[in-house]
Design a protein around this ligand. Structure first.
Ligand SMILES: [Fe+2]
Length: 330
């Protein structure tokens, strides 16, 4: 809908004649106040507002400013009979007018200006709708991906080395440490996914290798066990969006002092997510192994003592804070 506001009856009549056959609704108001009323009660979307400047009680600029509250997206224009630059500048800056049209106008030119304003409004509305739909679709896809991922991660837990739900609990602890470190939601989600999948490579080994703890393995079994981070990463290679997660999976057995595997990375060369998962996974294994035999504080102390050798020392205080809360019930 297009709305014209002018206090002169003759002008409104001329506009009515000119816009009679246009393919959109046209409304007319003879004052700022009645135009605002019309805007507030209109059930139709107001696409373009064209107001005269010189009107008694409320001038064009004042009306345009007020109209922004009711119809913020409408295209606004000022119809002005005299060349007062300040008025035009105010209408543009404060009233949100995109242009001014001088009186008297050229019929064909005015028709074209209004047509292209209506078109611009509709295009903007359409593209806003499209980008909102796209965003919604992306969110849906992301949620679907997450549920599918979590579903598959459940299989890793079925074959856990040290305890059932090892991956789920490791992920919980790793997320807690990540939050405590102040990681962004996107980084946090990657750590969570990598933690859920960190031992997926064990599923590719024989069922013996998957169920035994490293201490009880033969040399050959242990060699196979040591390959599980690389196997895990290669299982994810086909999914491009899992590449970062694959890197964390590959390095989750690297030690801070460089004594870990598969690449012997040390210190800050170890991806932070991998270092978090290494620590969280070890806490989880030790809690599962010693709970009921040792008090929680002592279990956590034993893990904390490995800071600087196995684990990144700057993660220890964060781990303690999160683990104390998470395991306090056991
Ligand atoms: Fe592992």
């Amino acid at each position: 809908m297009v709305l014209f506001v002018d206090d002169e009856e003759q002008i409104l009549l001329a506009l009515k004649r000119l816009f009679k056959f246009e393919p959109y609704t046209v409304q007319f108001a003879s004052s700022g106040a009645s135009a605002l009323e019309l805007l507030a009660s209109s059930s139709e979307e107001v696409e373009v507002i064209i107001s005269d400047q010189r009107m008694p009680s409320m001038n064009g600029t004042e009306f345009l400013i007020k109209s922004r509250e009711i119809a913020p997206k409408a295209v606004r224009m000022l119809l002005t009979g005299y060349s007062d630059m300040q008025v035009t500048i105010d209408a543009i800056n404060k009233g949100g007018a995109t242009r001014y049209i001088s009186k008297p106008w050229e019929n064909q030119e005015l028709l074209e200006i209004v047509r292209s304003a209506v078109e611009k409004y509709r295009e903007d509305a359409q593209s806003a709708l499209e980008s909102r739909n796209l965003l919604e679709k992306q969110q849906q896809d992301q949620e679907q991906f997450r549920s599918l991922f979590d579903f598959l991660a459940g299989f890793v837990d079925l074959n856990a080395v040290t305890s059932k739900l090892h991956a789920t609990r490791t992920a919980e602890l790793a997320v807690g440490i990540s939050v405590s470190l102040g990681l962004t939601p996107a980084e946090l989600e990657k750590v969570r996914m990598a933690a859920l999948m960190h031992d997926i490579g064990l599923n590719a080994l024989s069922s013996d290798g998957g169920e035994m703890s490293p201490e009880c393995m033969t040399e050959a079994q242990y060699a196979l066990f040591r390959s599980h981070p690389v196997i895990g990463q290669s299982m994810m290679r086909t999914v491009e969006s899992l590449n970062d997660i694959g890197i964390m999976v590959r390095h989750h057995h690297e030690n801070y002092d460089g004594s870990g595997f598969p690449d012997g990375l040390a210190g800050s060369d170890i991806p932070l997510g991998a270092a978090i998962i290494n620590l969280a996974g070890s806490v989880e294994s030790d809690v599962a192994r010693y709970s009921g035999k040792l008090p929680l504080a002592q279990i956590l102390e034993k893990v904390a003592a490995r800071g600087g050798t196995e684990f990144d020392p700057k993660l220890i205080s964060h781990m303690l804070r999160v683990a104390e809360g998470m395991y306090s019930g056991i």
